[in-house]
Ligand binder design. Structure first.
Ligand code: PPE
Length: 307
């Protein structure tokens, strides 16, 4: 029985199989050592049809993540793009979240991954607002975690690797235990990095700041989209190291991510941020982001792949 009855088909190693058959062996390398890289992608329905948001950019990042870990992809980027669309269509989804994943399968055990096969799976399901619908308007209550992001010479955060999320899980569990809906993590030098599954932006005097890639962050595709939208709307966007106390004093703060889209933050560590709800610039960026995916604004960057 599926945890989500709306999902029926899964793409596995070139074939479309039933949900019930999408299983792997318990001795697969990925189970023991977390050997996988993955993507999270959203498809949206609008008046023109259904479309995938920045499909080629996500699949490119999947291949980049694989390259870092010497996971040789047995398919081309184009094949994985096509398979992603095929998976959405097979499940009759109009809007959904898609999860392509490449992992080391069943071969031999031991840390050396190189003798294990590379398996590729693409699954899709319907996923609403990441931190809840209400939060998209009123903002989330979040806390800075005592768990830091790994230093750049430990686990490379530009790879979207499953193992990175063990670190994210520590922060998320701590946040939930403290009554927050999400965690903000600092980098190895104590500067602000990102959320457990989102990038972060702060607004000070109408200028928008976000941590640089050197702060152990994922190179977020929504981050890039929001930076482009903000510049298009005339805002200055600065990538620079951000100290923790700037969070408390910022006028506005928001998260970005495929799952989170543009999510406002209303408090951090019990300090109210700005006006204590979604700020005007956050609202403008959030609205414009949704206008693009809903075909209410011109898709000037050609981010939407219709299917
Ligand atoms: N940082 C992290 C650590 C991260 O996991 C994500 C995406 C981002 C930033 C934003 O990246 P992008 O989606 O390209 O804008 N997190 C994915 C997984 C979330 C999950 O709970 O699982 C996502 O949003 O799909």
């Amino acid at each position: 029985m599926a945890w989500d009855d709306t999902v029926s088909k899964v793409w596995m190693n070139g074939e479309m199989i039933d949900w019930e058959d999408a299983n792997i062996h318990a001795f697969s390398h990925v189970v023991h050592y977390g050997t996988s890289v993955f993507e999270g992608i959203r498809a949206y329905e609008n008046d023109k049809g259904s479309c995938v948001f920045r499909l080629e950019d996500h699949i490119k990042r999947l291949f980049d993540s694989a390259k870092i870990y010497k996971i040789d992809m047995p398919y081309t980027e184009e094949e994985v793009c096509n398979a992603t669309i095929e998976t959405i269509k097979e499940n009759n989804f109009k809007s959904c979240y898609i999860r392509p994943i490449a992992f080391r399968g069943y071969g031999e055990l031991g840390v050396n991954p190189l003798n294990c096969p590379v398996d590729v799976m693409i699954g899709a399901w319907e996923w609403g607002a990441y931190l809840g619908d209400e939060v998209m308007k009123v903002g989330a209550d979040v806390g800075v975690s005592s768990w830091r992001k790994p230093a750049p010479d430990t686990l490379p955060t530009m790879a979207k690797a499953a193992a990175n999320y063990m670190n994210s899980q520590l922060a998320k569990i701590e946040a939930i235990n403290h009554g927050y809906s999400e965690a903000i993590m600092l980098d190895y030098q104590g500067q602000v990095a990102e959320g457990s599954g989102e990038n972060i932006f702060i607004v000070e005097d109408e200028t928008i700041y976000t941590p640089p890639l050197s702060s152990s962050i994922l190179k977020g595709i929504t981050r890039d989209s929001v930076m482009k939208i903000a510049k298009f709307l005339g805002y200055d966007v600065v990538e620079e190291g951000i100290s923790r106390e700037r969070l408390y004093l910022a006028d506005e703060i928001f998260f970005t991510g495929t799952a989170a889209e543009v999510t406002p933050i209303k408090s951090i560590d019990g300090r109210t941020i700005g006006i204590g709800k979604r700020g005007p610039i956050t609202e403008k960026l959030q609205t414009t982001f949704f206008e693009v995916v809903e075909n209410k604004a011109l898709d000037i960057y050609e981010w939407l792949t219709y299917f």
